[in-house]
Ligand binder design. Sequence first.
Ligand code: NIG
Ligand code: FE
Length: 414
Amino acid sequence: MSSLLLRNIGRLQGVTDASCLRGDPMHSSQYIDNAWLRIADGRIADFGTGQPTLPADSDFDCHGAMVMPAWCDSHSHIVWAGSRWQEFVDKIHGLSYEEIARRGGGILNSADRLAATSEDDLFSQSMERVRQVMSMGTGALEIKSGYGLSVESELKMLRVIARIADTVPIQVRATFLGAHAVGREYAGRQDEYVNMVIEKMLPAVAAEGLARYVDVFCDAGFFTPGETARILEAAARYGMQPKIHGCELDASGGVKVAVSHDALSVDHLERASDADIRMLAAGDTVATMLPGASFFLGMPYGPARRAVDSGAIVALASDFNPGSSPSGDMRFVYAMGCIKMRLDPAEAFNAATLNGAYAMGLGDDLGSIARGKRANLIVGNRPVTDADPLATMAYMYTEPYISRIFFDGCIYSN
Ligand code: NIG
Ligand code: FE
């Protein structure tokens, strides 16, 4: 059993548990000053203030810096092929996301590129981005399919996700998003496409055990709540729990269908109504907000403030994808939670760590400083001098802040 002692921690941030997911405890920032933390076999064995109780095989001096749990990014589309820079330029010239999609760009553009890319190439293109987000402190990551849109290509994407999960030192959760858009061969035949998702894709994905969760883009111009319900009910028979896209483009009815199908999370929510927020506050479905998409597309930001005040469980995630959120930087997501959504730093921090872990079924294993959890940690790059280093991490939002990253108690180097 190997052990490591982190010494001289200025502030050990994120000493939380499930009682901090919502309501008042979410914004009382939980930390210990002048702390130490002992890691044994990759997990947090113990922590405290003052002198450590036991020695360890090796020591790491944190030089008075903040130590925090790694970010938990519960919504990404990080597996894709090629680039959509041309659409970015089209957007600069005034085209909207919906207009680009109607012209056959958007998700279908990514599906064309993915179909023309080998599984090995898709893996190496995607791994580059995964390494990038790990070096930015992401210690758990959900990844969706949804740029396949045919049985063969959806399986290709999900196999790449499984290969990433086997390769990296962080936890990866796979979500099947066959109903992201209607595949080109089914243009004008949405009904038949939904039947194909249910009758062909789902059984094939389940047979290989490639996805724990199921997602549907339930929104204006994509899939209706009725179609979403059919897909979620079929997926439930394979034990796949929903994590769905809703209310990005319209008050889509996505929240109701998600909550009534016991979804783990409903994500986006930029156009969610007060009734939607009340529904989320009354249950345990996580309300996941994706400020990166609002920033990039110039949309309204999700109602994170209202949702927290109403008592919903709110998570923040990157939505890293080539069309609406081409960044997986969770520190920037955290900062936007504060700057644009008016979450206080402790709320945004919990939303991007512990609540994100819960939104991918990893709440018992990651997202906070607790005995027995995986030691996926970020060590800050300067001694803590101000009273609220969390505020500074959002306020000085491009200032480098990381000196070391640990995954399972080992230093990560890219
Ligand atoms: O979460 N909204 C649906 N899907 C992605 C965008 C996908 C794309 O444009 O490639 C999102 O924003
Ligand atoms: Fe998304």
